[in-house]
Design a protein around this ligand. Structure first.
Ligand code: AMP
Ligand code: MG
Length: 326
């Protein structure tokens, strides 16, 4: 059931959380499937509902930095990043304290943690008084939800409550930085906070390790899956020139998607765009919603233009490459 955000419904969601139930919540990145991060029972339900393998650790969401400090071992890099970017779409990998059940971190001694800025989620964290473990609220491997209706369509049968916060602000998942070694900040996932934004606040060069892992091999630090964020349709990635060529031979079951709306292509059936003016923030915000929409329209193939490799374009391209992976 989709619940509009008012104090009665927020209280109801907090009660569900406190009873180890699972609630879908809005965040500023994508919708999350949230449960009490300190309860093994609740966290187990999250993995079951999502069909997520237990080797893929969850992100823990806290009300504020003080609440986060109860769960992690601090250092000067974490302190600096938290003060600069929280609340906001930056997930920090830190050494965990024993309070966090092993199931949350897939047995790792580290935990992924962040303080979200989304208003309804902030209120829920405040009244439920527990940290929330929350992966994206979609069946494992599918496109992340950016609207309450996306959650309802894919997981509606399995959860009692979906808290509505409207369309999410960024539309792609948080940036992840490993800050355990204060001399070696390591970027693990591109997101709304890009490397240049991060580097302005670092004393050491930012190392980047967003390469995909082999799903079949055990990992020291589970990273990102090579195939992820995938619609049912097959995804092909092209540059702008190839996109214009692709339109010429388009068939009925194929969709073509550009970053910026093109007046030249607009009359072709199957043509879609991610922004009117090429704004990459807008394109990121529309990306997952459009992929879901094209799946609903039963397209079999989607040919999509890669973004410029800068700013949030890095996150868009990262998600597109995973969506296209076989
Ligand atoms: P999602 O919940 O879909 O946003 O994915 C969360 C991602 O965070 C996981 O797939 C991991 O890549 C990453 N993550 C979570 N915890 C850790 C950790 N302790 N160490 C490294 N990466 C982590
Ligand atoms: Mg996800």
């Amino acid at each position: 059931m989709i619940l509009s955000s008012n104090s009665k419904n927020l209280k109801l969601c907090a009660e569900l959380i406190r009873k180890d139930d699972i609630v879908a919540v809005p965040t500023e990145t994508v919708y999350g499937l949230a449960g009490n991060a300190l309860s093994e029972t609740a966290v187990r339900k999250i993995f079951e509902i999502k069909g997520r393998p237990l080797i893929d650790p969850l992100i823990v969401h806290c009300f504020d930095y003080t609440a986060a400090l109860e769960l992690i071992v601090n250092n000067s890099l974490i302190d600096h990043l938290a003060k600069q970017f929280w609340p906001g779409p930056l997930t920090i990998i830190a050494q965990k304290k024993a309070l966090i059940p092993d199931i949350v971190t897939a047995g790792l001694k580290s935990v992924a943690i962040r303080v979200p800025s989304q208003t309804e989620l902030q209120k829920l964290l405040k009244i439920s008084k527990v940290p929330l473990a929350a992966p994206s609220a979609n069946p494992f491997g599918y496109v992340s939800p950016t609207e309450a209706s996306h959650v309802k369509r894919t997981l509606g049968e399995k959860i009692t409550a979906i808290l509505d916060g409207g369309r999410t602000l960024h539309g792609v998942e948080s940036t992840i930085i490993d800050a355990r070694n204060e001399n070696k900040p390591l970027l693990l996932r591109y997101g709304p906070i890009d490397p240049i934004m991060l580097e302005q606040h670092l004393n050491y060069p930012l190392l980047v390790q967003t390469t995909t892992r082999n799903e079949n091999r055990a990992q020291n630090a589970p990273g990102l899956l090579s195939k992820h964020y995938s619609p049912r349709a097959r995804v092909h990635l092209v540059n702008q020139t190839a996109l214009v060529e692709a339109v010429k031979t388009i068939a009925g079951s194929q969709a073509i998607v550009s970053i910026k709306k093109s007046q030249k292509l607009i009359h072709h059936p199957g043509y879609h765009w991610l922004s009117e003016d090429g704004c990459l923030e807008t394109a990121a915000n529309n990306l997952f919603a459009l992929l879901q929409n094209l799946d609903e329209q039963k397209y079999k193939e989607i040919t999509i233009e890669l973004a410029e490799n800068s700013g949030i374009g890095l996150a868009i391209n990262d998600r597109l490459k995973r969506a296209a992976a076989k």
